[in-house]
Design a protein around this ligand. Sequence first.
Ligand code: FAD
Length: 470
Amino acid sequence: TPVIVWFRSDLRIHDNTALAAAARQGPVVAVFLRCLSHWRRHGHGANKLDFWGRGVAALRDSLDGLGIPLLHRDIDYFARAPATLLEIARETGARALHFNHEYPLDEQRRDRDVIAAFQEAGLAATGHHDAVAFAPGELLTGKGDYYGVFTPFAKAWHRQLTPERIALRNTPAPQAPLPVAADPLPALPQLDDTPIDGRLWPAGEGPAADRLGRFLRYRGRHYQRQRDFPAIRGTSELSPYLALGMISPRQCLQAVLAENDGTLAEGDAGLTAWVNELVWREFYRHVAVGFPRVCRHRAFQRHTEALAWRDDEADFRAWCEGRTGYPIVDAAIRQLVATGWMHNRLRMVTAMFLSKHLLIDWRRGEDFFLRHLVDGEFCANNGGWQWAASTGTDAAPYFRIFNPTTQSTRFDPDGTFLAEWLPELAGLPAKARHAPSIDLLGGVDYPAPIVDHRAARVRALEAFKALTAG
Ligand code: FAD
């Protein structure tokens, strides 16, 4: 009898734990449940939904090659998942279901309901830990708690890592045809916003593997030196592919092992720094499970919940539209809106600018990012925002507030990135682009800074100090 594999954010046939487990049991029927209205409510924007749709189409083609039919169903709510999957089990005669875990709270709840519904129907449903080397709960502090700080988590991760944890899972062999017809894939309905040009992020395992190969060949060893400079393509740009599972962290780590004499923790400084980022990715997934309040729009650091955020719509709009008058912030936002991706250094700079200089609730920025990012992913996005706002794990101490102009001169010293995204400033001398004076701007249409760095810093410090005093 056939076995169902329910694909979600694991859109690949290679090194897929659930698929490998199912294929050991019998012929496979693949299922994808599209839950557009729910995803929209969770804040995913057109760029991510479009990439997701293209990723499912690429998966369908790969599954075709294995003789695995892909059933595609639209559901309005996660709550419809158990009944829809049971219906598919009845239609296909399947007796078992496999899936890979997703870690935000609603997804976990949805999966528990599916497992319970299958058990009640006398069928088996099994979740696998696939996007992480350690299941949340497997790495705990000496006191048995989840880690709330990255460095000891990373040390434990390296110490306890065994080769089996990151061994690649088997790709199933092609199977004999099943009497189950694949569903046609529906197009993405009209959304409020138009997605960016899909050619920027070609979907699927092939493009993901190409990117990994090119990154490791040309940039991996320079990663540590180049990763902070947004004008240089120094990072892998694999985040959208990792977020939807078009490539797995195991595939990334195995590729590093092959390049780095079989080790992840030592050897080339660039490659080990890159591994560290993959461990951050895993850390934030553990945080989402260990501290579920972060999935409920709550701060990781409870005492920061009393912070008096400013409710200033005009400032928020200026930030969203790249009109703050701080070129590095504005250029970064334009990069995000135009490409669905923003360089990590600039995610930190813009997030800190919103939450500290403008003292606007980080949750508004988290939401804006998710609406635009192709790689939008709850755990990393929430973790990054809470870090920048000093409300999270490893939170930047509240008094360490990036000076955007200093960040700009340090990490875009020639103003190249600024000139690319703010062509109106390209005519200024490179050094003047970081903080253009009114005299130099002349007739150029570029706003004056909406806040003064020093004054904004003092305002943020006072707001945070009021918390500790309270
Ligand atoms: P590389 O530098 O090549 O890193 C390799 C991979 O490691 C990335 O693809 C990503 O999967 C992971 N990674 C890298 N840095 C981090 C990090 N700080 N936290 C968690 N994982 C990391 N990343 C997302 O994938 N989705 C998000 O929605 C997201 N939102 C963010 C919001 C803020 C405010 C901040 C500060 C960071 C956010 N990040 C997010 C993390 C990071 O900025 C991106 O993963 C990275 O810029 C992606 O580019 P890359 O693939 O070239 O990364």
